[in-house]
Write a protein that binds this ligand. Structure first.
Ligand SMILES: Cc1ncc(COP(=O)(O)O)c(C=O)c1O
Length: 360
């Protein structure tokens, strides 16, 4: 369709900062176009170790405990394949990123979702996780800030989950791809809590914080024997991540902090605007404390989330994602990505208000 305003795809609307693109161009000019080590360029792993130490307060050995992958997507896939035996249960909080359940199933694991509620800011509790545990539970996947809800977790609740993971011998996979996009309260990584580094795989990447989705660089930090097992799958499936993208990622992690801070401030302005606009049109929307997604409740309209999204697209040419795409507990909600220019968000919410007004 023509003239559609998309609040659909979850990627920054900003172009990758110029100095990062320039680093990629310079890598090409210097002929840095060969394979790298399977684990990724050592200088990039060293820079990641420094950055993760500084920002997340966890010390990783760049020679043995860090693997550069083709996005968090690949890091997560090889982590599932390395950790899961057929029939192992993997717990995750829902609504959640669309890849978790299929990623677990592709590794012959059993996906076990735990529902989160808007009333709790879409945080997950240790009690809810504990209720889902069985003798087959092996891995707990956490994603804070959360796609699609913008939920975040404070230290106190994370400590309870960490204690549960230690008591019930769970491995934690923590997808922290939105951590830089936290608007209230500091971000805390579960890997930094006592006794957790040895049972956590910390997954992070460059897609969201530096607007580098197309570069396809992510990484996993964790216990050496798990990184080694992941590397064996990675070396045969992928060999290594793109050398040119790794050079660009090095520039990003060493000199991109100010760019991330500037983008975060723009996302914050857009978030405040869109949440206010959604509530004003009668779609109750909690304030997402992180990520770049608003997740309003659309139940008051009488439509289910797919009907709402399709009819909104057809009637007003605004694209959003039905909440049901993020698991059954996303039903009744809509994901609106605010990584879109403010004037487009203004126009899109105006069109949405017109659509909702006609339904009443
Ligand atoms: C929670 C979450 N994890 C992982 C990814 C994939 O990221 P990457 O581009 O690093 O593969 C996304 C992309 O939207 C995401 O939202």
């Amino acid at each position: 369709m023509k003239d559609v305003i998309s609040l659909g795809v979850g990627e920054p609307d900003f172009a990758t900062p110029w100095h990062i693109r320039e680093a990629a161009i310079y890598a090409l000019e210097r002929g840095r176009t060969t394979y790298t080590s399977n684990l990724g360029l050592l200088k990039l792993r060293e820079a990641i170790a420094q950055s993760v130490g500084k920002h997340f307060h966890v010390a990783y050995d760049p020679r043995k405990e860090i693997l550069i992958a083709v996005g968090v997507s690949e890091a997560m896939d090889i982590a599932f394949r390395a950790l899961i035996d057929p029939g192992d249960e993997v717990i995750y909080h829902e609504p959640c990123y669309v890849s978790y359940s299929p990623g677990i199933a592709l590794a012959h694991g059993v996906p076990v979702p735990v529902s989160c509620r808007a009333e709790d800011g879409f945080a997950v509790t240790a009690e809810a996780i504990e209720r889902a545990l069985t003798p087959k539970s092996k891995v707990l996947v956490l994603n804070f800030p959360t796609n699609p809800t913008g939920g975040t977790m404070g230290r106190a609740e994370l400590e309870k989950i960490a204690a549960l993971a230690r008591r019930r011998n769970l491995m934690v996979m923590s997808d922290e791809i939105y951590s830089e996009l936290t608007y209230e309260g500091g971000h805390v990584s579960i890997a930094s809590l006592p006794g957790m580094k040895e049972r956590t795989l910390f997954l992070h990447g460059f897609s969201k914080a530096y607007a580098m989705t197309g570069f396809r660089i992510g990484y996993a930090c964790g216990p050496a024997e798990i990184i080694e097992a992941m590397m064996r799958i990675h070396q045969y499936a992928m060999l290594c991540a793109s050398s040119i993208s790794q050079e660009a990622a090095l520039e990003a992690i060493q000199h991109g902090e100010a760019d991330t801070a500037e983008m975060r401030e723009q996302y914050r302005v857009r978030r405040n605007f869109i949440v206010n606009a959604l509530n004003q049109m009668g779609l109750t929307c909690h304030l997402p404390r992180g990520s770049f997604y608003a997740f309003p409740c659309i139940r008051s309209t009488g439509l289910d989330s797919k009907q709402f999204a399709l009819q909104l697209l057809e009637a007003e040419k605004v694209a959003c994602v039905p909440g049901s795409a993020f698991g059954p507990s996303g039903e009744g909600y809509l994901r609106c990505c605010f990584a879109t220019a403010l004037d487009k968000i203004e126009e899109a919410t105006g069109r949405m208000a017109r659509f909702v007004g006609r339904l009443r």
